[in-house]
Design a protein around this ligand. Structure first.
Ligand code: TXE
Length: 483
């Protein structure tokens, strides 16, 4: 059986404890590889390698650093099929999705920051009358930690690593223990292109020891984390006494507000996607659907009909719209929410049951599920389920739609469907969320800030925001003698 290795100081290494974890293919429910169960000692080795590499890496010219980033992007592009197959096997997502979104996006993350780093300028402020000039340099932080989740493995891993490296930092990164394969393949890419040793170190293992060791390490100056809100809270508490910089992208319970005056066909098609893409395991999925009363019944009929047509199946089959959920534990967690629907006076409109896929009988498949709820205060509407489950209920007025949207602890993203530009602007301004989409969903421009408010986290990724996060501003003030 294949054993994935850590990548430290440009070398592949086994974990110091020689302990290994099983890695599952969720589509089949079987172990197909193993990964290191890394401990503090392995993280220590990675941090030391990164620290040693930092002076040279941070001193590379922008052109040279940019070329390295392009080389990684080129290699990802050349290995599109290999990486997409690995992602689909590791995560259970449809291969078609990994081919069209996950891997191309990982490539563009490197490509984008290869270019962005050459445009990231210092600021200068002349204080007229005082004869001083201030300029603000952006210095890399040193060694930074990147911890990523399992839902979009290489996509989110590269979303952190690319800006961290572009800004001149050396990185100790840990992918999710549930989906380590594509980050391992990325370390193979680094080896193949002779990427400078120690600049990127990838350590595999569990959150509680390997991840924790990264967060606790005093030499790691910043942590960029994407994952659950509970883990984010724990990381914030651990890192606070060391005054580490934190970027935390946590959960979401995103409202999808549908008004009667919207472009109905476009809305319906997009809502099916925004509810169930990647088996609903995207923090940006619109998991709470609120529909204006006068079109509620029509929407309910049409939405249920459209969702019943979705095919759950083998992720490698191009006809599958949904693949498997990421793990048995996660499937059980999601099923727990569905079972709880009865106690919340909620009605399952479609789905709700596990699916047996021919030849993959032990895989973790679940029907796309729509639940009609009576109140926005029920557990189904307040907790992040993170699976192929959406809730829906009607609203009477714009005010009520806004109240429903904001009455939740999360504030990641939101979607508004309306042709009324005034309403779109009013709601966009008032919705408590880091991202608002109007008449579209998951339309991302890499230059824009990405992240949430409330319990969805702190900080922003993307564009120059990420380069700002991974650098320390240093202001220099010069006084000069005037004529
Ligand atoms: O995430 P965790 P889990 C949500 C979703 C899901 C829930 C739990 O609701 O059901 O979170 O998922 C590492 N110190 N999201 O348990 O544990 C861990 O090893 C340092 C939303 O899988 O937060 C992994 O690499 N690191 C989300 C990463 O944190 C630690 C995407 C995420 O794992 C750690 C995924 C620790 N103490 C889940 N404990 C989104 N925002 O997109 C764990 N980790």
């Amino acid at each position: 059986m294949q054993r994935i290795k850590n990548y430290i100081n440009g070398e592949f290494c086994t974990p110091s404890s020689d302990k290994w974890l099983d890695n599952y293919n969720p589509a089949k429910g079987e172990v197909y590889s193993q990964l290191p169960n890394s401990q503090k000692e392995d993280v220590e080795k990675a941090v030391m390698a990164a620290k040693k590499a930092f002076p040279a890496w941070s001193a590379t010219s922008l052109e040279e650093r940019s070329q390295w980033m392009h080389k990684i992007a080129d290699a990802i592009e050349n290995k599109l099929v290999l990486l997409a197959e690995a992602e689909s096997k590791d995560n259970g997502k449809p291969l078609s999705l990994a081919l069209a979104v996950d891997i191309p996006r990982a490539m563009s993350n490197f490509r984008f920051y290869a270019n962005a780093l050459t445009q990231f300028a210092s600021e200068a402020h002349e204080s007229v009358g005082k004869n001083t000039i201030n300029f603000t340099l952006r210095k890399p932080l040193g060694v930074v930690g990147c911890i990523s989740p399992w839902n979009l493995p290489l996509y989110l891993f590269s979303w952190k690593i690319a800006p961290a490296l572009a800004a001149g930092n050396c990185v100790v990164a840990k992918p999710s223990e549930v989906t380590p394969m594509t980050s391992y393949l990325l370390s193979e890419i680094c080896k193949e292109i002779d990427f400078p040793e120690g600049v990127l170190n990838i350590v595999h293992g569990l959150g509680a020891n390997c991840g924790q060791a990264i967060v606790e390490h005093p030499q790691i100056k910043a942590i960029s984390f994407t994952g659950g809100t509970k883990t984010g809270e724990h990381i914030a508490r651990t890192a606070a006494p060391m005054f580490k910089k934190l970027s935390l992208e946590l959960g979401g319970k995103n409202p999808n507000l549908i008004f009667a005056d919207c472009n109905y066909d476009k809305m319906l098609k997009t809502t099916v996607k925004s509810s169930f893409a990647n088996q609903g395991q995207i923090c940006l999925c619109g998991s709470r659907i609120f529909v204006e009363e006068k079109i509620y019944d029509q929407f309910k009929d049409d939405f249920v009909k459209a969702v019943k047509k979705l095919k759950v199946g083998d992720p490698s089959d191009a006809k599958s719209d949904l693949g498997a959920l990421v793990s048995k534990e996660h499937l059980e967690k999601v099923q727990g929410y569905i079972e709880g629907a009865k106690d919340q006076e909620a009605t399952i409109l479609c789905g709700g049951k596990p699916v047996k896929v021919d030849g993959h009988e032990n895989g973790y498949y679940l029907e796309p599920t729509i639940i009609e709820v009576k109140s926005n205060h029920c557990k189904l509407n307040q907790e992040e389920i993170f699976g192929p489950v959406v809730t829906m209920m009607p609203f009477k007025s714009e005010e009520q739609a806004l109240e429903f949207a904001n009455d939740v602890r999360y504030g990641l993203s939101s979607t508004i469907w309306t042709s009324n530009i005034d309403r779109a602007m009013r709601l966009s301004n008032s919705i408590e969320a880091g991202i608002v989409w109007v008449n579209t969903w998951l339309n991302r421009d890499l230059r824009t800030p990405f992240g949430g408010s409330k319990d969805s986290g702190v900080g922003r990724e993307g564009g120059f925001e990420a380069l700002k996060f991974f650098t320390e501003p240093k202001n220099i003030c010069i006084s000069y003698e005037a004529y």
